[in-house]
Write a protein that binds this ligand. Structure first.
Ligand code: PEP
Length: 253
């Protein structure tokens, strides 16, 4: 059965003190107010992972993710962070291929495939991001564009490995812009991606793949988006920086 997930991507925000307060508030609110079977994931900056993981010991409702990782295991790669380092500080998830990494750090589908294999090899869980820019949406080729991102970034994985992937569909025109995809637009893409996965890996794996929606998700629109049959939760940027707003989004899964 696919998991319901709301992941909060803090991006490059919050110093350690502010990050720990935000994490504590979310952990407490989720413990008190969320009674479903889904999970919340805090995607913090690397330098906060160790401290936040201590707040999470034994927590089954809130998990921890890095926002990126190196494709390499170890060695002379100044400034990079390896999957073993991420694992050693208590994170169990890694976000890969966020559109900001694709655009500003030139991450290609080929590189993301390497990173995905590295994450899986360490026993961590990838959240693989995909999504089209506005020009592609307006040109009408958006379904093929995003399907291609899956084909080139993921479909070289074995079925066993693919079944550990969570996908986050994030239309770039909706990230941080206040423009949200309509539930119909999100459902259209999610259903197309599920059909695409089924054609490659079979119906059972497709049915069990969690596909999150990201792009200006807020407490006010989360319920409607998450009630679409192929939307299994969300990847949340700006709204994850406020504990009350983020908790309300978690409560919508
Ligand atoms: C994101 O960065 O993944 C994102 C969806 O941001 P926002 O919610 O701010 O649009």
């Amino acid at each position: 059965m696919r998991k319901k997930i709301v992941a909060g991507n803090w991006k490059m925000n919050k110093d350690l003190e502010a990050g720990l307060s935000l994490a504590s508030e979310v952990i407490n609110m989720v413990a008190d107010e969320y009674h479903g079977t889904g999970i919340a994931i805090l995607c913090t900056p690397f330098v906060h992972l160790h401290s936040v993981s201590k707040l999470l010991a034994g927590n089954t409702k809130v998990a921890l993710a890095a926002q990126n990782c190196s494709q390499y295991q170890s060695g002379a790669y100044t400034g990079e962070i390896s999957v073993e380092m991420i694992k050693s500080v208590g994170a169990t998830w890694v976000v890969l291929g966020h559109s900001e990494r694709r655009e500003y750090f030139n991450e290609t589908d080929a590189l993301l495939l390497e990173k995905t294999k590295t994450v899986l090899g360490a026993g961590l869980n990838p959240i693989f991001c995909c999504g089209e820019p506005l020009a592609i949406r307006e040109g009408g080729e958006y379904l093929n564009y995003v399907k291609d991102q899956l084909t080139h970034g993921l479909f070289a994985l074995s079925a066993e490995d693919f079944s550990k992937i969570v996908i986050a569909y994030e239309p770039i025109w909706a990230i941080g812009t206040g423009l949200t995809a309509s539930p119909e637009q999100a459902q259209e893409m999610h259903a197309a991606l599920r059909t695409h996965i089924a054609a490659h890996y079979g119906a059972e794996i497709a049915e069990n793949t969690s596909i999150l929606y990201g792009g200006s998700v807020k407490a006010s629109n989360a319920k409607e988006l998450f009630s679409c049959p192929d939307v299994d939760g969300g990847l949340v940027g700006g709204a994850s920086l406020q504990s009350r707003e983020f908790t309300e989004i978690v409560k919508a899964i």
